[in-house]
Design a binder for this molecule. Structure first.
Ligand code: NDP
Ligand code: DGY
Length: 327
Protein backbone atom coordinates (compact mmCIF):
# COMPACT_ATOMS: atom_id res chain seq x y z
CA UNK A 1 0.00 0.00 0.00
CA UNK A 2 1.38 3.43 -0.88
CA UNK A 3 1.75 6.05 1.83
CA UNK A 4 -1.27 7.93 0.43
CA UNK A 5 -3.46 4.82 0.53
CA UNK A 6 -2.63 4.03 4.16
CA UNK A 7 -5.66 4.35 6.44
CA UNK A 8 -5.36 6.62 9.42
CA UNK A 9 -5.97 4.89 12.76
CA UNK A 10 -5.96 6.62 16.12
CA UNK A 11 -5.26 4.44 19.17
CA UNK A 12 -6.21 6.20 22.40
CA UNK A 13 -3.79 4.40 24.75
CA UNK A 14 -0.80 2.10 24.96
CA UNK A 15 -2.40 -1.34 24.52
CA UNK A 16 -0.99 -4.86 25.01
CA UNK A 17 1.57 -5.57 22.30
CA UNK A 18 -0.44 -8.50 20.86
CA UNK A 19 -2.87 -6.03 19.27
CA UNK A 20 -0.23 -3.55 18.17
CA UNK A 21 1.68 -6.34 16.37
CA UNK A 22 -1.45 -7.23 14.39
CA UNK A 23 -2.09 -3.63 13.40
CA UNK A 24 1.52 -3.07 12.32
CA UNK A 25 1.72 -6.35 10.42
CA UNK A 26 -1.45 -5.56 8.45
CA UNK A 27 0.57 -2.87 6.66
CA UNK A 28 -2.49 -0.77 5.87
CA UNK A 29 -2.60 1.56 8.87
CA UNK A 30 -0.98 4.87 9.44
CA UNK A 31 -0.97 4.45 13.22
CA UNK A 32 -1.13 7.32 15.61
CA UNK A 33 -1.00 6.22 19.26
CA UNK A 34 -1.58 8.15 22.49
CA UNK A 35 1.55 6.50 23.89
CA UNK A 36 0.74 6.55 27.58
CA UNK A 37 -0.80 4.40 30.30
CA UNK A 38 -2.99 7.36 31.26
CA UNK A 39 -6.17 8.38 29.41
CA UNK A 40 -5.86 10.66 26.43
CA UNK A 41 -6.90 14.22 27.36
CA UNK A 42 -10.10 15.25 25.59
CA UNK A 43 -8.37 17.90 23.46
CA UNK A 44 -5.79 15.35 22.28
CA UNK A 45 -8.53 12.85 21.49
CA UNK A 46 -10.35 15.42 19.36
CA UNK A 47 -7.11 16.31 17.60
CA UNK A 48 -5.92 12.71 17.21
CA UNK A 49 -9.14 11.42 15.71
CA UNK A 50 -9.38 14.11 13.01
CA UNK A 51 -9.57 12.49 9.60
CA UNK A 52 -9.19 8.98 11.05
CA UNK A 53 -10.63 5.95 9.26
CA UNK A 54 -10.41 3.85 12.40
CA UNK A 55 -10.54 4.56 16.12
CA UNK A 56 -9.30 2.07 18.72
CA UNK A 57 -10.55 3.23 22.10
CA UNK A 58 -10.93 2.22 25.75
CA UNK A 59 -13.86 2.30 28.15
CA UNK A 60 -12.52 5.53 29.66
CA UNK A 61 -12.92 7.40 26.35
CA UNK A 62 -16.32 9.00 25.90
CA UNK A 63 -17.08 8.68 22.21
CA UNK A 64 -19.92 11.11 21.54
CA UNK A 65 -21.12 13.40 18.75
CA UNK A 66 -18.26 15.84 19.43
CA UNK A 67 -15.65 13.14 18.84
CA UNK A 68 -17.46 11.79 15.79
CA UNK A 69 -17.71 15.30 14.32
CA UNK A 70 -14.03 15.86 15.03
CA UNK A 71 -13.24 12.60 13.24
CA UNK A 72 -15.24 13.57 10.17
CA UNK A 73 -16.67 11.48 7.35
CA UNK A 74 -13.69 9.11 6.92
CA UNK A 75 -14.48 7.25 10.13
CA UNK A 76 -15.60 3.69 9.29
CA UNK A 77 -14.95 1.77 12.46
CA UNK A 78 -14.66 2.16 16.22
CA UNK A 79 -13.12 -0.78 18.03
CA UNK A 80 -13.26 -0.75 21.81
CA UNK A 81 -11.02 -2.79 24.09
CA UNK A 82 -13.98 -3.75 26.27
CA UNK A 83 -17.23 -5.64 26.23
CA UNK A 84 -19.06 -2.76 27.91
CA UNK A 85 -20.05 -0.08 25.40
CA UNK A 86 -21.84 2.47 27.58
CA UNK A 87 -19.06 4.96 26.75
CA UNK A 88 -20.14 4.96 23.10
CA UNK A 89 -22.99 7.17 21.85
CA UNK A 90 -24.52 4.29 19.94
CA UNK A 91 -27.32 6.31 18.30
CA UNK A 92 -24.88 8.90 16.92
CA UNK A 93 -22.56 6.15 15.69
CA UNK A 94 -25.39 4.26 13.99
CA UNK A 95 -26.64 7.45 12.34
CA UNK A 96 -23.26 7.87 10.70
CA UNK A 97 -23.05 4.25 9.53
CA UNK A 98 -19.93 3.55 11.57
CA UNK A 99 -19.31 -0.08 12.59
CA UNK A 100 -18.38 -1.03 16.15
CA UNK A 101 -16.18 -3.87 17.38
CA UNK A 102 -16.03 -5.01 21.03
CA UNK A 103 -14.67 -7.89 23.12
CA UNK A 104 -17.39 -10.23 24.43
CA UNK A 105 -16.65 -13.78 25.65
CA UNK A 106 -12.85 -13.55 25.86
CA UNK A 107 -13.04 -11.82 29.27
CA UNK A 108 -16.03 -13.68 30.67
CA UNK A 109 -14.05 -16.23 32.72
CA UNK A 110 -11.63 -13.62 34.08
CA UNK A 111 -14.45 -11.31 35.17
CA UNK A 112 -16.53 -14.09 36.69
CA UNK A 113 -13.50 -15.33 38.62
CA UNK A 114 -12.79 -11.84 39.98
CA UNK A 115 -16.45 -11.48 40.97
CA UNK A 116 -16.26 -14.67 43.01
CA UNK A 117 -13.00 -13.49 44.61
CA UNK A 118 -14.59 -10.15 45.51
CA UNK A 119 -17.70 -11.83 46.89
CA UNK A 120 -15.68 -14.13 49.13
CA UNK A 121 -13.32 -11.32 50.19
CA UNK A 122 -16.30 -9.16 51.14
CA UNK A 123 -18.41 -11.85 52.82
CA UNK A 124 -15.49 -13.30 54.80
CA UNK A 125 -13.97 -9.88 55.53
CA UNK A 126 -10.53 -10.69 54.10
CA UNK A 127 -9.20 -7.11 53.76
CA UNK A 128 -10.13 -6.41 57.39
CA UNK A 129 -8.44 -9.62 58.53
CA UNK A 130 -5.24 -8.85 56.63
CA UNK A 131 -5.20 -5.36 58.12
CA UNK A 132 -5.67 -6.68 61.68
CA UNK A 133 -2.71 -9.06 61.28
CA UNK A 134 -0.53 -6.13 60.20
CA UNK A 135 -1.70 -3.58 62.78
CA UNK A 136 -1.52 -5.81 65.86
CA UNK A 137 -5.30 -6.11 66.20
CA UNK A 138 -4.96 -9.92 66.23
CA UNK A 139 -4.75 -10.62 69.97
CA UNK A 140 -6.02 -14.21 70.11
CA UNK A 141 -8.57 -16.56 68.54
CA UNK A 142 -12.00 -15.18 69.45
CA UNK A 143 -15.33 -16.90 68.78
CA UNK A 144 -17.08 -13.98 67.12
CA UNK A 145 -14.18 -11.93 65.82
CA UNK A 146 -14.20 -11.19 62.06
CA UNK A 147 -17.15 -13.47 61.43
CA UNK A 148 -18.93 -13.05 58.11
CA UNK A 149 -21.35 -14.90 55.87
CA UNK A 150 -21.03 -18.15 53.91
CA UNK A 151 -22.38 -19.35 50.57
CA UNK A 152 -23.44 -22.78 51.78
CA UNK A 153 -27.26 -23.07 51.81
CA UNK A 154 -27.55 -19.45 50.69
CA UNK A 155 -29.71 -17.74 48.09
CA UNK A 156 -27.76 -15.89 45.41
CA UNK A 157 -29.46 -13.36 43.14
CA UNK A 158 -27.84 -12.37 39.85
CA UNK A 159 -29.03 -9.18 38.17
CA UNK A 160 -28.31 -9.75 34.47
CA UNK A 161 -27.71 -13.41 33.67
CA UNK A 162 -25.74 -12.65 30.50
CA UNK A 163 -22.36 -14.10 29.56
CA UNK A 164 -20.66 -12.98 32.76
CA UNK A 165 -23.70 -13.44 35.02
CA UNK A 166 -24.04 -17.07 33.95
CA UNK A 167 -20.30 -17.67 34.39
CA UNK A 168 -20.55 -16.26 37.93
CA UNK A 169 -23.54 -18.49 38.70
CA UNK A 170 -21.69 -21.56 37.40
CA UNK A 171 -18.80 -20.84 39.72
CA UNK A 172 -20.94 -20.09 42.78
CA UNK A 173 -23.23 -23.13 42.59
CA UNK A 174 -20.55 -25.63 43.72
CA UNK A 175 -20.15 -23.66 46.97
CA UNK A 176 -23.47 -25.17 48.04
CA UNK A 177 -25.79 -22.36 46.99
CA UNK A 178 -29.37 -23.51 47.64
CA UNK A 179 -31.29 -21.15 45.34
CA UNK A 180 -30.02 -19.22 42.35
CA UNK A 181 -32.36 -16.38 41.43
CA UNK A 182 -31.91 -14.11 38.46
CA UNK A 183 -33.62 -11.18 36.82
CA UNK A 184 -33.36 -9.42 33.49
CA UNK A 185 -35.54 -8.42 30.60
CA UNK A 186 -36.61 -12.00 29.84
CA UNK A 187 -36.03 -15.54 31.14
CA UNK A 188 -32.95 -17.30 29.77
CA UNK A 189 -33.02 -20.94 28.62
CA UNK A 190 -29.37 -21.29 29.66
CA UNK A 191 -30.42 -20.62 33.28
CA UNK A 192 -31.42 -24.30 33.49
CA UNK A 193 -27.77 -25.22 33.72
CA UNK A 194 -27.54 -23.49 37.12
CA UNK A 195 -31.14 -24.24 38.18
CA UNK A 196 -31.76 -20.52 37.90
CA UNK A 197 -35.21 -19.20 38.90
CA UNK A 198 -36.36 -16.17 36.92
CA UNK A 199 -37.94 -13.74 39.38
CA UNK A 200 -38.94 -10.07 39.45
CA UNK A 201 -36.24 -7.71 40.72
CA UNK A 202 -38.21 -7.07 43.90
CA UNK A 203 -38.25 -10.79 44.83
CA UNK A 204 -34.56 -11.15 44.05
CA UNK A 205 -33.59 -8.22 46.24
CA UNK A 206 -35.78 -9.33 49.17
CA UNK A 207 -34.82 -13.01 49.14
CA UNK A 208 -31.13 -13.06 48.24
CA UNK A 209 -28.30 -13.39 50.74
CA UNK A 210 -25.91 -12.26 48.01
CA UNK A 211 -27.01 -9.80 45.33
CA UNK A 212 -24.62 -9.80 42.38
CA UNK A 213 -24.91 -7.14 39.68
CA UNK A 214 -23.62 -8.19 36.26
CA UNK A 215 -25.95 -6.37 33.86
CA UNK A 216 -24.91 -3.84 31.25
CA UNK A 217 -25.28 -0.12 32.00
CA UNK A 218 -28.26 1.25 30.09
CA UNK A 219 -30.79 4.02 30.74
CA UNK A 220 -32.92 1.34 32.47
CA UNK A 221 -30.16 0.11 34.78
CA UNK A 222 -28.62 3.51 35.60
CA UNK A 223 -29.16 4.12 39.33
CA UNK A 224 -31.09 0.84 39.66
CA UNK A 225 -29.51 0.09 43.04
CA UNK A 226 -30.83 2.97 45.11
CA UNK A 227 -32.36 3.67 48.52
CA UNK A 228 -35.51 1.68 47.76
CA UNK A 229 -33.47 -1.23 46.44
CA UNK A 230 -31.18 -1.38 49.49
CA UNK A 231 -34.12 -0.96 51.88
CA UNK A 232 -35.55 -4.25 50.57
CA UNK A 233 -32.33 -6.22 51.13
CA UNK A 234 -31.88 -8.29 54.28
CA UNK A 235 -29.66 -6.79 56.98
CA UNK A 236 -27.40 -9.84 56.62
CA UNK A 237 -27.06 -9.58 52.83
CA UNK A 238 -24.03 -8.77 50.75
CA UNK A 239 -24.10 -6.56 47.64
CA UNK A 240 -21.57 -7.12 44.83
CA UNK A 241 -21.17 -5.02 41.69
CA UNK A 242 -18.76 -5.83 38.86
CA UNK A 243 -20.78 -4.22 36.04
CA UNK A 244 -20.55 -0.43 35.96
CA UNK A 245 -20.49 2.06 38.83
CA UNK A 246 -23.44 4.07 37.54
CA UNK A 247 -25.82 1.17 38.19
CA UNK A 248 -25.47 2.14 41.85
CA UNK A 249 -26.50 5.27 43.69
CA UNK A 250 -23.39 5.49 45.85
CA UNK A 251 -24.87 7.93 48.39
CA UNK A 252 -27.69 5.45 49.01
CA UNK A 253 -25.20 2.59 49.23
CA UNK A 254 -23.13 4.50 51.79
CA UNK A 255 -26.25 5.09 53.85
CA UNK A 256 -27.28 1.42 53.64
CA UNK A 257 -23.81 0.25 54.68
CA UNK A 258 -23.23 2.75 57.47
CA UNK A 259 -26.70 2.33 58.98
CA UNK A 260 -26.52 -1.48 58.99
CA UNK A 261 -29.32 -1.75 56.43
CA UNK A 262 -27.14 -4.28 54.57
CA UNK A 263 -24.11 -6.25 55.80
CA UNK A 264 -21.42 -5.37 53.27
CA UNK A 265 -20.63 -4.45 49.68
CA UNK A 266 -17.90 -5.35 47.22
CA UNK A 267 -17.39 -3.07 44.23
CA UNK A 268 -15.04 -3.48 41.28
CA UNK A 269 -16.56 -0.47 39.56
CA UNK A 270 -17.42 2.99 40.89
CA UNK A 271 -18.41 6.50 39.90
CA UNK A 272 -16.08 8.15 39.20
CA UNK A 273 -13.09 5.98 38.41
CA UNK A 274 -10.75 6.32 40.15
CA UNK A 275 -12.81 6.84 43.28
CA UNK A 276 -11.28 9.82 45.14
CA UNK A 277 -9.23 8.59 48.11
CA UNK A 278 -11.37 10.73 50.45
CA UNK A 279 -14.63 9.19 49.25
CA UNK A 280 -16.99 8.24 52.14
CA UNK A 281 -17.29 4.63 50.90
CA UNK A 282 -13.57 4.17 51.54
CA UNK A 283 -14.03 4.96 55.24
CA UNK A 284 -16.23 1.90 55.72
CA UNK A 285 -14.83 -1.43 56.86
CA UNK A 286 -17.77 -3.25 55.31
CA UNK A 287 -17.09 -1.91 51.81
CA UNK A 288 -14.41 -3.55 49.68
CA UNK A 289 -13.48 -1.48 46.64
CA UNK A 290 -11.29 -2.73 43.80
CA UNK A 291 -9.91 -0.60 40.93
CA UNK A 292 -11.90 -2.08 38.01
CA UNK A 293 -9.76 -5.20 37.57
CA UNK A 294 -12.43 -7.70 36.44
CA UNK A 295 -10.62 -8.72 33.25
CA UNK A 296 -7.09 -8.03 34.52
CA UNK A 297 -5.36 -11.29 33.65
CA UNK A 298 -2.28 -10.94 31.42
CA UNK A 299 -3.51 -13.58 28.99
CA UNK A 300 -7.04 -12.14 28.85
CA UNK A 301 -5.83 -8.62 28.19
CA UNK A 302 -3.59 -9.96 25.40
CA UNK A 303 -6.52 -11.74 23.76
CA UNK A 304 -8.71 -8.64 24.18
CA UNK A 305 -6.02 -6.60 22.48
CA UNK A 306 -5.80 -9.07 19.55
CA UNK A 307 -9.56 -9.13 19.15
CA UNK A 308 -9.78 -5.34 19.24
CA UNK A 309 -7.12 -5.07 16.53
CA UNK A 310 -8.78 -7.71 14.35
CA UNK A 311 -12.18 -6.02 14.73
CA UNK A 312 -10.62 -2.75 13.67
CA UNK A 313 -8.95 -4.22 10.59
CA UNK A 314 -12.18 -5.93 9.54
CA UNK A 315 -13.99 -2.62 9.89
CA UNK A 316 -11.38 -0.87 7.75
CA UNK A 317 -11.54 -3.48 4.99
CA UNK A 318 -15.31 -3.88 5.11
CA UNK A 319 -15.09 -7.57 6.00
CA UNK A 320 -16.75 -9.65 8.70
CA UNK A 321 -15.63 -8.72 12.19
CA UNK A 322 -14.75 -11.40 14.74
CA UNK A 323 -16.98 -9.53 17.25
CA UNK A 324 -19.21 -6.83 15.88
CA UNK A 325 -21.69 -5.00 18.07
CA UNK A 326 -25.03 -5.09 16.29
CA UNK A 327 -26.31 -1.53 16.45
P1 NDP B 1 -24.19 -9.49 28.31
O1 NDP B 1 -24.76 -8.60 27.27
O2 NDP B 1 -23.98 -10.93 27.98
O3 NDP B 1 -25.06 -9.42 29.63
C1 NDP B 1 -25.69 -8.25 30.04
C2 NDP B 1 -26.88 -8.64 30.85
O4 NDP B 1 -27.50 -7.43 31.33
C3 NDP B 1 -27.94 -9.39 30.05
O5 NDP B 1 -28.21 -10.61 30.70
C4 NDP B 1 -29.15 -8.48 30.12
O6 NDP B 1 -30.33 -9.20 30.33
C5 NDP B 1 -28.86 -7.68 31.37
N1 NDP B 1 -29.70 -6.50 31.41
C6 NDP B 1 -29.86 -5.54 30.47
N2 NDP B 1 -30.78 -4.66 30.87
C7 NDP B 1 -31.21 -5.08 32.07
C8 NDP B 1 -32.17 -4.60 32.99
N3 NDP B 1 -32.87 -3.50 32.74
N4 NDP B 1 -32.35 -5.27 34.16
C9 NDP B 1 -31.63 -6.39 34.42
N5 NDP B 1 -30.71 -6.90 33.57
C10 NDP B 1 -30.52 -6.25 32.42
O7 NDP B 1 -22.81 -8.81 28.74
P2 NDP B 1 -21.60 -9.43 29.56
O8 NDP B 1 -22.12 -10.42 30.54
O9 NDP B 1 -20.54 -9.86 28.64
O10 NDP B 1 -21.08 -8.11 30.33
C11 NDP B 1 -21.92 -7.45 31.23
C12 NDP B 1 -21.31 -6.16 31.70
O11 NDP B 1 -20.25 -6.41 32.60
C13 NDP B 1 -20.68 -5.28 30.63
O12 NDP B 1 -21.65 -4.51 29.97
C14 NDP B 1 -19.72 -4.44 31.42
O13 NDP B 1 -20.37 -3.26 31.84
C15 NDP B 1 -19.40 -5.28 32.64
N6 NDP B 1 -18.03 -5.75 32.67
C16 NDP B 1 -17.23 -5.38 33.72
C17 NDP B 1 -15.95 -5.85 33.81
C18 NDP B 1 -15.07 -5.46 34.94
O14 NDP B 1 -13.87 -5.35 34.74
N7 NDP B 1 -15.60 -5.25 36.13
C19 NDP B 1 -15.37 -6.75 32.80
C20 NDP B 1 -16.30 -7.07 31.74
C21 NDP B 1 -17.57 -6.58 31.70
P3 NDP B 1 -31.36 -9.43 29.13
O15 NDP B 1 -30.63 -10.23 28.13
O16 NDP B 1 -32.50 -10.10 29.76
O17 NDP B 1 -31.68 -8.07 28.63
C1 DGY C 1 -15.23 -4.26 29.96
O1 DGY C 1 -14.65 -4.95 29.09
O2 DGY C 1 -16.32 -3.73 29.77
C2 DGY C 1 -14.56 -4.14 31.29
O3 DGY C 1 -15.13 -3.20 32.10
C3 DGY C 1 -13.08 -4.10 31.27
O4 DGY C 1 -12.60 -5.29 30.77
Amino acid sequence: MSAQQMLKVFVTRRIPQEGMKILKKAGMCNLSVWDSDEPVPRAELLKGVAGAHGLLCLLSDKIDAEVLNAAGPNLKVISTLSVGFDHLAVDEIKKRGIRVGYTPDVLTDATAELTVALLLATARRLPEGVEEVKNGGWSTWKPLWLCGYGLSDSTVGVIGLGRIGLAIARRLKPFGVKRLLYTGRQPKPQAQEVDGEYVPLDTLVRESDFVVVSCSLTPDTQGLCDKTFFSKMKKTSIFINTSRGAVVNQKDLFEALSSGQIAAAGLDVTTPEPLPTNHPLLTLKNCVVLPHIGSAIYFTRGVMSELTANNLLAGLTGSEMPSELKL
